[in-house]
Write a protein that binds this ligand. Sequence first.
Ligand code: ADP
Ligand code: MG
Length: 287
Amino acid sequence: MPVTPLVRTRGASFGYDDVPVVTGIDLTVDDGEVVALLGPNGSGKSTLVRGLLGLVPHLGGQVELFGTPLAAGAERHRIGYVPQRHTLANAVRSTVTEIVATGRLTHRRWWQPTTTTDRRHVREALDLVGLSDRATDEVSTLSGGQQRRVLIARALAADPDLLVMDEPTAGVDQGNQVVLGQLFAELAARGASMLVVTHELDALESSVTRIVCLDGGRVDFDGTPAAYAAHHLALGAHPVGSGYHHEHHEHRAHTPAGRPLLGSPALLDAGPLLGTGVPTDDEPGRL
Ligand code: ADP
Ligand code: MG
């Protein structure tokens, strides 16, 4: 039985004011894939991922998320999105936990109280990005790279089926690059599906299963990291992140669709841990 891709576009175009920026896009993201989206500045990477999220007008072609047409809009909440920016606004006085907790809003109405399930997801997301010790600190006291990790934790807290990140490592210092690289490897090992816009493949090196390149609003390469390296060598260029260890991909844990990203791997092996709706988890509480 064919497995429904998480994302499937055919001849899709997205743009602004009826002027397409990306056109003829055939893009598929299957369950368990880690797809790196590369391309020069202005090639339309952000426009494409924002288009998939319904944040940029869809001007043509087919777009399906989890097998449902984008226009229906019903499946967007299953995508965790980390937008392209470097820091959170300093004007907003919020703690790290408060920001991450907003990631849980996709699971309940805003006026409903938080539950122990919400709080557990928030704690686990903070633990995963290595910021548990900063949970009660004001976000403005964190470095740019740490703030980036807060945004990733916010996306993870929603327990998404697909994580879409737009340049998560851009402008991040070396120490945070290493932490993010470890985080992506951990998520990939748990079977997370990711679509990541990046210029720095190194942080994703051991996790990427496929590379898609945009140029001038069109896909000009779509293949494995090995094929990408060969493509660049054929062009006489030095491949980005040329030290690919694509043999790592075979070691990726195979996990079925819908498996939660949070929780310890040992517990995950015992079956779904999160979001099972155990009644006692739903008592009201405060973060
Ligand atoms: P990338 O993320 O690859 O750097 P973008 O998707 O941000 O590229 O931009 C692609 C093109 O779309 C650029 O020419 C840019 O000027 C244009 N563009 C981006 N955002 C907007 C917008 N909000 N309104 C109109 N044009 C935009
Ligand atoms: Mg961009």
